[in-house]
Design a protein around this ligand. Structure first.
Ligand code: ADQ
Length: 458
């Protein structure tokens, strides 16, 4: 078996002694694959070297894995990460043309940093290494490596949605981005919709097309494209949830909620997650169902992300004000309808909170997959499972057929779904949950990883 080389923007280097409990499913699966085959995980350190050229790679060996991290200059971080990745590609891929800020400088910075990564990675490679690159920050990396003469197999997984042609083509460098993907041997998408959109973009630009058996042609390049919906570590997460009752934070949360029904939302603070629409829907539900007032608590756990990007800073204020307004309007001296917290919680605690909740409210306006939806299902008590209310615009909606699907822009529809979830009889809840859990146990993150690597090797 060849060595595996993983490249992603950020690298979850485990703390010494292995902090498996805090790592997400993706990190767990890739670390397991790296440990089995031996290899390298390379990416940005998250640090800036100021104006100076970054020093050499910082290298750390843990078992059979080498973690190789590089700093970037401040200009690189501004242009590549905050500029192009998070203010052009992210909004475009989440259908937010209104939020995309195209600047020549940022676009050039994105390609420059990808070239820089290629120059740092190439000397570490052995001829038969399999290279697996992740996500929208690093699309042009394979093309840069190919230019340097790298002949290895290179796969790419795109974690976020691939938009239709009319949306993608609003981005000035869309052709270079699409050509960048054609330099891979295998490109993986989350859902059939993303793959169809990608094929549609190739056709519309007359760059290429699907040519059968999962292959695509673009210019003179032939490469494979496939659907690999990412999963979670289902069985392990279910075990966390089962044991979480003993965790003091979970016990305290249970006590403070008393005998009220808990509705839970867990998302990074991001405009793609539909938080303002969700709070509106909760308010609408509470106003339309006075019998549920004072008997329900909506807990929204939302760590801040990308606060340096102006749209996110603005959003922090908007969501906090909105939650405050609803609490002011509906709350009483002994009832706070919405508990809104900007903190991360450990995975065992998260699992325990999911399990306590009668409703998991996952209503992004657009999402590649959405792992929270899967974690919520995995955490449920089979004897008394809660109900997942899920946006039809999350990739997970293609898989989790036992959820109550909603259109997050339809505030009344989502409000009705919350009421339906809270009132759902036990046998229907069990039936819906079982269907989803069977699926998640079979399609977990290890299978995702194995399927992708098998197809890349084929
Ligand atoms: P994200 O946009 O980050 O991921 P998501 O798939 O929901 O979205 O994953 C978030 C992860 O962060 C989950 O594992 C969740 O448990 C964790 N998390 C969120 N809030 C937390 C909190 N307060 N405390 C602790 N943990 C928290 C991107 C794409 C998604 C795609 C994933 C994986 O945007 O569409 O599903 O990558 O491919």
């Amino acid at each position: 078996m060849s060595r595996l080389v993983v490249v992603s923007n950020r690298v979850p280097v485990p703390e010494k002694g292995g902090a498996a409990a805090s790592a997400g499913g993706l990190a767990v699966a890739l670390l397991a694959a790296l440990q089995e085959r031996g290899g390298i995980w390379m990416g940005w350190s998250g640090k800036s070297s100021g104006d100076n050229e970054p020093g050499p790679l910082s290298v750390e060996e843990q078992g059979k894995i080498t973690f190789a991290l590089t700093d970037l200059t401040e200009k690189d971080v501004d242009e590549y990460y905050f500029g192009f990745a998070n203010r052009v590609l992210w909004p475009i891929c989440h259908y937010r043309l209104d939020l995309a800020e195209y600047g020549r400088k940022e676009m050039a910075g994105y390609f420059r940093v990808n070239r820089f990564f290629a120059h740092r990675l190439a000397p570490l490679l052995k001829p038969d290494d399999t290279i697996w690159i992740h996500d929208y920050h690093l699309i042009p990396l394979a093309a840069e490596l190919r230019q340097m003469g790298v002949k290895n197999r290179i796969g790419f997984f795109y974690h976020i949605p691939w938009p239709p042609a009319d949306v993608l083509f609003a981005m000035p460098v869309h052709e270079e981005i699409m050509r960048g993907l054609a330099a891979y041997d295998l490109v993986g998408f989350q859902t059939d919709h993303d793959l169809e959109n990608f094929a549609g973009c190739l056709r519309r630009e007359e760059m290429g097309d699907a040519i059968g058996e999962g292959r695509f042609m673009a210019g003179d390049k032939i490469f494979k494209g496939g659907i690999y919906g990412i999963g979670i570590e289902t069985a392990a997460f279910a075990r966390f949830a089962e044991k979480a009752g003993h965790h003091s934070l979970v016990t305290k949360a249970k006590e403070s909620i008393e005998d009220r029904d808990l509705i839970i939302g867990v998302d990074r603070l991001d405009y793609s997650k539909g938080l303002t629409q969700r709070i509106d829907a909760f308010e609408r539900f509470a106003l339309a169902n006075p019998a549920h007032q004072r008997k329900v608590t909506y807990l929204q756990v939302t760590p801040k992300s990308r606060s340096e990007v102006p749209e996110y800073e603005q959003m922090q204020r908007t969501v906090a004000e909105q939650a405050g307004r609803v609490n002011g309007a509906l709350g009483t001296v002994d009832w706070v309808p919405i508990r809104y917290i900007n903190r991360s919680v450990s995975r065992p605690v998260l699992a325990g909170l999911y399990r306590m909740a009668k409703v998991g409210l996952v209503t992004p306006l657009r999402d590649g997959m959405n792992l929270v939806a899967k974690e919520y299902v995995a955490a449920q008590d089979p004897r008394d499972p809660g109900v997942l209310v899920l946006s039809r615009f999350a990739g997970a909606a293609r898989e989790l057929r036992g959820s109550l699907l909603v259109n997050p822009y339809d505030i009344e529809g989502t409000a009705n779904a919350i009421a339906r979830a809270l009132n759902m009889p036990l046998d229907e809840r069990q039936d819906r949950w079982q269907r989803m859990m069977d699926y998640l146990l079979e399609h977990d993150v290890s299978r995702w990883c194995d399927d992708f690597l098998k197809d890349l090797a084929a």
